[in-house]
Unconditional design. Sequence first.
Length: 266
Amino acid sequence: MNLNDLYVKIRRATAHTLVLQDGEKISEGSGFCFLPTGEVLTAAHTIAGGFPVRDGEVDSPNRRIVVRLFEQNIDMIYKPAVCPIQISFQSLSIKPLQLDIAIIVPAESSPQTKFEHLVADTNPVLLGDEMYFGGYSDEVEFPFAFDRNIDSAVEGMDAFRRQFGHGIKRLMAGPMIKHGTVGNVVLATAGFSGADLLNVTAFYLDNQIHSGASGGPIVSRQGRAKGIILSRSLTTAGQEDGANLQVPSGSTWGISLDVLKTLQKK
């Protein structure tokens, strides 16, 4: 797949997620459609507004999840199907392990018969793999700051600016797509008597994302989704007057989709 086609494919499948509680924004992020019927994978913290997810937090009747696939002209209400993916240890006195992954689905049937999507690839991520990843990042600005220079007296401008708080600016700018290499892979394997092995793979890309891209897709050159963006990784600044100061490390932390194999067996 040539790079232009790959970038277009990623853009069209990448979703903007907006979570409202009683009409007020509590979270905003990204996700991606991974099935032709519209199901979206994202980070659990973008749906819950934080992590770990507290009991009942995502099931509030006053909470709405708005998913917008801008380049497919889709704007729909979604609901959580799995948020977060949670692993219970029945025979051990250990709290359930939460993975920062969520699956959300259309709340009602859609006239959209087929969604453009990225196929989920559950094969392992390997060191040195080249990846492309994107989301609705707040680093993207309108050229020349024209949105701030228009006089508020212009009819409808105040309402337009209010909508910026609900992600209109990010939608109009479109997702930011970046390129990186897998520089570190951390594999956690859990196995219990009479149970299948559970593999959870975290990995780091040598390029960083910004706020708003969490939940976006991490994609191979072949156009298959290999993981989900979780966050920008941080490191200690190492300054005498701020020994505990954390600063961006220049890399991005993601989680592989190999955990979906376990869900498929349930």
